[in-house]
Design a protein around this ligand. Structure first.
Ligand code: 5AD
Ligand code: FES
Length: 362
């Protein structure tokens, strides 16, 4: 099929409920074509159509999420990740409850209305401890959303945190293909459990975010097609994707990074297929290209997630090499991002920025 016609098809699939989802084969072929061939016309059209769809649903507003990286201890050993347990060079840290609260205090003054607590899978923070932190933040800042991003847990824990007031949960599926999943993770991890967690989180009532890395080792265009098909089953409220970037102390240190172009293509396709989803322009995208996040916004992204972690721990939360914004104070990143976003014709807003995808209201 003609690439220009296929862009129409993607758009129709997203805009009209009940319209058939594109086929795996045609998705894979299209992704390959726009990424690898010099079909500039299709590439441009894809991105501009995606941006238009974002404008229709969310306007020019870009939502802020204050990322608090509260621990880099992790019991997992994902081959791509810089804070995997086998990385003996990682300088480990944990933030105290008071330190986490002071990140929120700083963020609130700067206009943040979502706090994302992200960390490795660190059993030091018991389920009850996490619940306590969530309660404390929600009590002090009832107008803010709390997002958790702390990995695979059981239903009981997810429910406890939801009842404590957590609004959203981020857990990327990483890849929807079993064989590819096993190529990125050690044997003790499996895709079925990850998928199960995602459906459980949704059923409890969380706004759920999933996603994957673009250009991760061994990834094929068919894997990316499968990621889209899985997301269509899950129907997440948020979809986070960014390029894979190698980390020097991991088994994937010599693998090549995902490209800007392929990431932009995937952001735009996601926007056309899932018009109501919140899609961030990620830090990893800003890391591989100096205007990466701006270009992500122009391809349809509508969220940015600056760091609120204390500057003294920033360099320790290194999932990949050369991560940006590890020396800047939260206030500096806010000003920097405002300028960057302005250049795209969009604007950062101080709002919770809930998803337009349906979820159970409390
Ligand atoms: N490059 C890019 N993204 C990475 N992540 C982890 N390691 C890397 C890397 N080397 C992503 C994963 C994870 C999210 C928190 O960060 O997709 O879900
Ligand atoms: Fe952190 Fe630009 S966003 S310095």
């Amino acid at each position: 099929m003609d690439n220009l016609k296929f862009i129409e098809k993607l758009k129709n699939s997203g805009l009209n409920e009940g319209q058939a989802f594109p086929l795996r084969e045609e998705l894979a072929i299209f992704i390959r074509a726009v990424t690898e061939e010099n079909d500039e016309e299709s590439f441009r059209l894809l991105l501009s159509e995606a941006r238009k769809v974002t404008d229709t649903y969310y306007g020019k507003d870009i939502y802020l999420r204050g990322l608090i990286e509260f621990t880099n201890y992790c019991r997992n050993d994902c081959y791509y990740c810089g804070i995997r347990r086998s990385n003996k060079n990682a300088d480990r840290y944990r933030l105290t409850e008071d330190e986490i609260m002071s990140c929120c205090d700083t963020g609130y003054i700067l206009g943040y209305r979502t706090f994302v607590l992200q960390g490795g899978e660190d059993l030091y923070y018991t389920p009850e401890k996490i619940a306590e932190i969530v309660r404390k933040i929600k009590k002090k800042y009832p107008d803010c959303a709390v997002t958790l991003s702390i990995g695979e847990k059981n239903r009981e824990d997810y429910l406890l945190w939801y009842e404590a007031g957590a609004d959203r949960y981020l857990l990327r599926h990483e890849t929807a293909d079993n064989i590819h999943y096993q190529a990125l993770h050690p044997e003790e991890m499996n895709l079925d459990n990850r998928k199960k967690c995602l459906f459980t989180l949704k059923e409890i009532g969380y706004q759920v975010g999933s996603g994957f890395m673009v250009g991760s080792p061994y990834q094929t265009f068919y894997n990316l097609a499968d990621d889209l098909i899985f997301l269509n089953e899950l129907k997440p409220h948020m979809i986070g994707i960014g390029p894979f970037v190698p980390h020097k102390d991991t088994p994937f240190k010599d693998m090549k990074a995902g490209s800007l172009r392929e990431t932009l293509v995937m952001i735009a396709i996601l926007r056309l297929l899932f018009p109501k989803a919140l899609i961030p322009a990620t830090t990893s995208l800003g890391t591989i290209a100096k205007n990466g996040r701006e270009q992500g916004i122009l391809a349809g992204a509508n969220v940015v997630m600056p760091n609120l972690s204390p500057v003294n721990v920033r360099k320790k939360y290194m999932l990949y090499d050369n991560k940006i914004c590890t020396g800047e104070e939260a206030a500096e990143c806010k000003v920097c991002l405002e300028k960057r976003v302005e250049k795209t014709g969009c604007r950062i807003v101080d709002a919770r920025g809930d998803s337009l995808v349906e979820y159970r209201r409390r």
